[in-house]
Ligand binder design. Structure first.
Ligand code: GLN
Length: 448
């Protein structure tokens, strides 16, 4: 813990932490130390973990990196936090992220952007940018993030870490600040596959407080890691590699990875996926719709920022929300309200639901023939801070490869493929069937 406290101090300029829990982490560490000495320590004893600042931890502030929740102290802990602590992890602090997890560069945070440790002029990725940089710069051993459309995988890719988004419904969302509830998943950012497996083993499984969590048994992911994976059938989605927007170094590193998979005995086919153009539009219609509904609870009355000058209730709502939310969040609330409004519901929201169903069916069919789907995680390596801010469409389009797993609920992992000649991390994404995390982790472990 002292090591990490020092590292955090040295790397303050990266802006990864919104708060370091000096006191509670030290107390927890003492407790774990005693348990280690008397032989009763849990599976995560000694693991120092940072949590994204949209996960509630009892008696600690949680802000979703928004002015709206500044100073809000959580009265209870998320299920994932309870589970970490029950296995004797030490929670070192809360990590910066895009405001309400809306963003792909960690530039929408009320607390300012997180800087990539590989090049502090570049973004960390988002929305779990603080989580990725904290692991990248050795500010904690591993981190929790949340992934609605790529927010664990994309920053992991930009920072050379391993980012796992489990199947929708594998991990409880209880106590996680909602963005788009039919997409949101807690995920992990780690520097090894075995840490990802260990964390998933602890975090996954039924929860009486979240009815969307599956009751399916949780495999012992760590036990299967070293075992032979057998020969898998892999499919590369051709259009993702042919895409003009794809950075040549990413493409080259993926082609090289494919050769490694083949050398390991797997078969790799290039298959066509003709729905690529529909992914980003469907994702942004549906997630903004859900977000506009989820964020209606921040009204300045129940909790959150309150304007004290308002003359009447309506003004109180308006002014509190106008002051509490940042521009990106407002944009999305407006978009979401628009696509749900009476005149446009059929044309946008309902249409997007239909497209989501189509995409899901297509992926399920593909996953009957193939065990794994391979794509890039991102079109480019980490871009410069400010570079994409003026054009939201450019920013949204950068989610093209990650939202596929989010729209369909399947698990996906981002694994590092070394650096380009500027020292910026490159990576590949592996996806598989619902609840197929075991294979995903095994193959990643054998590859790295
Ligand atoms: N960049 C995507 C978005 O802004 C993903 C965010 C996320 O996964 N939380 O919606």
């Amino acid at each position: 813990l002292d090591h990490y406290f020092q590292q955090i101090e040295i790397h303050k300029h990266l802006n990864a932490f919104n708060e370091v829990f000096f006191y509670s982490a030290a107390e927890q560490a003492k407790l774990v130390q005693q348990k280690i000495e008397n032989g009763s320590a849990g599976k995560l004893a000694g693991m120092v973990i940072g949590i994204k600042d949209n996960i509630s931890y009892k008696d600690h502030e949680v802000t979703a990196s928004s002015k709206m929740l500044e100073g809000f102290i959580s009265p209870y802990s998320a299920t994932v936090i309870e589970r970490l602590i029950a296995e004797d992890a030490v929670i070192i602090g809360r990590l910066n992220c895009d405001e309400f997890a809306m963003g792909g560069s960690n530039e929408t945070s009320y607390y300012g952007p997180v800087k990539n440790a590989a090049d502090p002029e570049r973004v960390a990725g988002g929305s779990s940018g603080g989580s990725a940089v904290a692991v990248q710069a050795d500010l904690c051993l591993s981190a929790l993030g949340t992934d609605t459309g790529g927010s664990v995988r994309q920053p992991a890719a930009f920072c050379g870490c391993i980012g796992l988004k489990p199947t929708y419904g594998r991990i409880s969302r209880y106590g996680v600040i909602a963005y788009a509830s039919s997409f949101d998943q807690v995920g992990t950012i780690t520097s090894s596959v075995s840490d990802a497996a260990l964390l998933l083993e602890v975090l996954a499984g039924a929860d009486e407080y979240d009815s969307t969590v599956s009751r399916a048994d949780v495999p012992r992911y760590t036990a299967s890691l070293g075992r032979p994976v057998g020969k898998k059938r892999m499919a590369v989605l051709k259009e993702t590699l042919d895409s003009e927007a794809l950075d040549p170094a990413i493409k080259a590193s993926i082609l090289k990875a494919i050769e490694t998979f083949k050398a390991q005995g797997h078969t790799v086919d290039f298959v066509s996926f003709d729905l690529l153009d529909y992914l980003v539009p469907a994702y942004y219609v549906l997630t903004t719709a859900e977000a506009s509904s989820n964020l209606s609870r921040y009204d300045g009355v129940h909790y959150g920022h309150r304007n004290l000058e308002a003359a009447n209730l309506n003004d109180l709502y308006k002014q509190s929300r106008a002051e509490g939310f940042g521009d990106e969040v407002k944009t999305r609330i407006l978009l979401g309200t628009f696509v749900l409004s009476a005149g446009y519901y059929d044309a946008y929201y309902q249409k997007a639901q239909q497209v989501r169903r189509l995409i899901r069916e297509k992926m399920e069919a593909l996953l009957k023939d193939y065990d794994l789907i391979l794509t890039p995680v991102t079109p480019t390596p980490a871009f410069k801070i400010g570079e994409n801010l003026s054009d939201p469409l450019v920013m949204y389009m950068a989610d093209i490869f990650t939202v596929l797993a989010s729209l369909t609920g399947i698990p996906a992992i981002a694994i590092p493929l070394g650096n380009n000649n500027e020292g910026l991390p490159l990576s590949i994404q592996l996806m598989t069937r619902h609840f197929g995390e075991e294979a995903l982790l095994q193959i990643s472990g054998a590859f790295l």
